[in-house]
Design a binder for this molecule. Structure first.
Ligand code: DC
Length: 215
């Protein structure tokens, strides 16, 4: 299986770009951040907090499911479809704190391997914060997708009506996330794609060129 690992900060466009790349190549697509968001959703909906998360909770209570089809993307916790709810501001505000727990990171590492290796695709695009460095350092293709902070904030506030509060949230989240994973500078063997000056289609194309070269 050809594994394409893509890391990048919030607002770099990695989710929409990764999804488009997967679609073009008929690969699977795995959004690893969705699992951290779904866990945060579960904790909030059960009125629990970080101290309640342990291995047993993650393995038996979370019941996380995610689609790997870039044309039919959904996320579920148990029977509940949380695809849209996990994008809400209330989740974005809490997710970094949950993502910093070592027990959570260890579980997510295992979960990602489990989903990828059981996916049955010829190739899969896996995106997140630590995929090229921690989760899949052995991936055939490793890319760090970045954009300047100014561009990232502009893209995000164009997508969402909340504007400035989203900008503040992204900056804060990057600072928090950076405490656990250095996702702003490429590790050895990781190719940097800076999309500050590229439009969406050119960014997708730049990544496909790298994938073809690393096949
Ligand atoms: O990509 P995203 O915004 O949906 O990610 C949500 C949060 O999960 C983000 O604050 C960082 C964390 N995350 C992580 O620590 N490692 C990953 N592989 C993916 C996401």
């Amino acid at each position: 299986m050809h594994i394409v690992a893509i890391d990048g900060p919030a607002g770099s466009g990695k989710s929409s770009v990764s999804k488009a790349v997967a679609r073009k190549l008929a690969f699977g697509y795995l959004d690893t951040g969705a699992a951290y968001r779904a866990l945060t959703w579960k904790l909030l909906s059960d009125s629990l907090n970080a101290a309640d998360v342990d291995k047993d909770f993650l393995e038996t209570k979370l019941n996380y499911q995610i689609s790997l089809d870039p044309d039919n993307y959904w996320v579920k916790v148990g029977q509940t479809d949380v695809t849209y709810e996990i994008r809400e501001t209330r989740i974005g505000e809490r997710v970094s704190e949950i993502a910093q727990l070592p027990v959570v990171r260890q579980y997510m590492h295992w979960l990602t391997h489990n989903l990828v290796e059981g996916s049955g695709f010829a190739g899969i695009v896996v995106e997140g914060r630590d995929i090229t460095t921690v989760v899949y350092p052995e991936a055939q293709t490793k890319i760090l997708l970045t954009a300047s902070e100014e561009v990232r904030l502009r893209r995000r506030s164009a997508e969402l009506p909340e504007g400035i509060s989203i900008a503040e949230q992204i900056t804060k989240r990057d600072q928090n996330d950076a405490k656990v994973v250095d996702f702003l500078s490429p590790a050895p063997g990781v190719e940097l794609v800076d999309s500050s000056e590229l439009d969406f289609d050119s960014t997708v194309e730049a990544i496909i060129v790298i994938i073809e070269r690393t096949k």
